[in-house]
Design a binder for this molecule. Structure first.
Ligand code: PMP
Ligand code: GLN
Length: 382
């Protein structure tokens, strides 16, 4: 259920973070920042706790947060979800993904994802008893081949799960890809579940939600989270927005996955979503600078670097250094040089794992001195 090699019980993130901690290695594996987000959001959470905002929130989320999510969708993308019926607060994007897949996928249905895919998609499609059909993303640009994308659809296709910007490759999909997905989803009457948790962490053109492509909105659930945008991954506040009938089904599942989500954090995230544009632009440009530092360091260490257009992650090819099994290398890397990373093959099924066998993912959401130290250590690999 969880890994390409069939391991149960512990995700790759737990395994690699565990190794990093036990070896005292720099953790460029699991994607979490080593500096917290805005002080005013922390203050808002503290205030909410001291003022008594500590009991269950309404199942669909505090009104102040649902309103802030709708306002954010309008301000950045011109989308106008109704905060009463078309927005649902979840416990991280993880719960939104789980509830959306469980709400729509039945045994026998096909659920499409690109490959490599974020690990929870595979797990949830498996729990739903549906078939997981994948479309490969090819180096160096990690865009799908239009013919392979078309061939993956069938009358059994119920959901297309899109992740844009894409973890682990850092790819941002072109408008042509988004338009093709919408056309194919419409032809096969499939819904689109779009995980856009890295929407503000893009280094070129502004993010394009697939829901803004003509004819997409009526069949699209858009998922995001405060974790990445605001550097509070531990708060686990996420959300989903889309047409009322689709959101209502997700809400039905959410009643039984968690019922409701952390009350004081919701108030703080509402404040964050209303921060000025300069905050969002600043976060992206700081992260872009970190990307460049790590990309230079990884190149200097002899790895082939696929420079990402978004996310926290750089995918590299370790074959240039003579390694052919990045899973094995990732398990030894903390001891070898004191750095942890994530092999891309764990985000794949068997065929995809073969194709991505030598690829290794590094997170760059870390302080500059940490990235430089990690790059220096990796240079000892060559
Ligand atoms: N989707 C993707 C693509 C992710 O990388 C992550 C991990 N950060 C999540 C979902 C989970 O988000 P959250 O921590 O808000 O549950
Ligand atoms: N999304 C984070 C990553 O890809 C990790 C989240 C988790 O630990 N499940 O690194």
């Amino acid at each position: 259920l969880l890994g390409a090699d069939g391991r149960l019980g512990v995700t790759i993130f737990e395994e690699m973070t565990g190794l990093a901690v036990s070896r005292g290695a720099i953790n460029l594996g699991q994607g979490f920042p080593d500096e917290d987000g805005p002080e005013e959001m922390k203050e808002a959470a503290r205030r909410a706790i001291s003022e008594g905002s500590n009991q269950y929130a309404p199942g669909k989320g505090l009104p102040i947060l649902r309103t802030a999510i709708a306002a954010h969708q309008s301000r950045f993308y011109g989308l106008e979800p109704d905060p009463e019926t078309e927005v649902l607060v979840t416990t991280g994007a993880t719960e939104a993904i789980a509830a959306a897949i469980l709400a729509f996928a039945e045994p026998g249905d096909d659920v499409l994802t690109f490959e490599p895919f974020y690990d929870s998609y595979g797990a949830m499609i498996g729990l739903a008893g549906a078939n997981h059909v994948t479309v490969p993303l090819h180096a160096p640009h990690f865009q799908p081949d239009p013919a392979e994308l078309e061939a993956a659809f069938s009358p059994a296709t119920r959901i297309v799960v899109l992740n844009n910007p894409h973890n682990p490759t850092g790819a941002v999909f072109g408008r042509d890809v988004l338009e093709q997905i919408v056309r194919l989803a419409a032809r096969h009457d499939a819904i689109i579940v779009s995980d856009e948790v890295y929407e503000h962490l893009v280094f070129g053109e502004p993010h394009v939600p697939i829901a803004t492509i003509p004819a997409a909105a009526e069949r699209t659930l858009t998922i995001s989270s405060a974790g990445k945008t605001f550097s509070f991954t531990g708060w686990k506040v996420g959300w989903v927005s889309g047409p009322e009938e689709l959101v209502a089904r997700v809400r039905t599942v959410k009643q039984f996955t968690t019922y409701s989500s952390g009350t004081p954090f919701q108030t703080a995230v509402a404040l964050g979503l209303g921060l000025p544009d300069a905050f969002f632009a600043g976060a992206a440009s700081t992260l872009r600078h970190k990307r460049d530092i790590l990309a230079d360091g990884l190149r200097a260490a002899g790895l082939t670097v696929y420079v990402p257009d978004g996310t926290y992650f750089i995918t590299t090819d370790t074959a240039a250094l003579g390694f052919d099994d990045a899973l094995d290398l990732a398990r030894r890397l903390p001891e070898l040089v004191g750095v942890a990373a994530i092999p891309v093959s764990v985000f794949c099924h068997d065929e995809g794992a073969k194709r991505t066998r030598s690829l290794l993912r590094f997170a760059f959401c870390k302080r500059e001195d940490v990235l430089e130290e990690a790059a220096g250590r990796l240079a000892r690999l060559g």
